[in-house]
Structures are given as structure tokens and as C-alpha cells.
Design a binder for this molecule. Sequence first.
Ligand code: HEC
Length: 106
Amino acid sequence: MKISAGLGIAAGAAALLCASLTVHAAKGPDIARGKQLHNQSCLSCHNPSVYTRPNHKVRSLAALRTQVAGCRQAVGVRWSPAERADVIDYLNRTFYHFGEGSGHHG
Ligand code: HEC
């Protein structure tokens, strides 16, 4: 009896979570999710100051994509194409500010 009550609460929470994810997906690129994914996986070797150092390496959106792909493989984290786009969007909008509009995969 106790167990099934607990499952009911868990299912309710999962339904709520799904509802909020759907709202986010409808908005397109999700910078908050990109930041969250980045902070989970990308701070073990460098902190964000590497993106803004005076001689930073990445000089275009294409270079940013390539660099993130390389670093992501170094971490070994698996992200969906949408999650990769969110991380790249987060980095671009927060640190690099390359041309707006490109790089959005929906
Ligand atoms: C295994 C260690 C390691 C991890 C983990 C790592 N990076 Fe890196 N990253 C590096 C190194 C080393 C450099 C600097 C390369 C250089 O200076 O030539 C770098 C540089 C970068 C740059 C370019 C900075 C510039 O100069 O403009 C970006 C962007 C970047 N990393 C993104 C990420 C992202 C996103 C993640 C998470 C998926 C990540 N990194 C995780 C090692 C790592």
C-alpha cells in the first residue's frame, strides 16, 4: 500500500517534469539547459575564463562547433544534437557573441 502511494507521487512528478520540458523545447534553443549541461561536464579541465582569455582560440561559430565537438569527445559525454546546439548557443551568447541567427538547429 505504501509502495503504490509512493509510485503515484513519482509518476505525478515525472508528468510535471515532462510538461516543463515540452514548454522549453517549444521555445527552441535553451540557453539554461546548455549552461547546465556545460557546467556538469565541461569544468574539469578549464573554467569559463578560457573562453574570454585575451588570446582565445575560437574566432568563429564554425570554430566553436569544432572545438566543442573535440572537447566533448575528450570528456566522453553523449549529448543529442539538440543538447549540443544548446551548449554551443550558451557559449556563443554568453562569451563569444558570433553572428546571431546561425547555428540554431531548432
Ligand atoms: C580533457 C580536458 C578538457 C575537457 C573536459 C574540456 N575541455 Fe575544452 N579545452 C581543453 C583544452 C586543453 C583547451 C585549450 C586548447 C588550446 O589552448 O589549444 C580547451 C579549450 C576549449 C575551448 C576554446 C577556448 C578558446 O580559446 O576560445 C572551448 C570553447 C572549449 N574548450 C569548450 C569545452 C566544452 C564545451 C567542454 C565540455 C564538453 C570542454 N571544453 C571540456 C580541454 C578540455
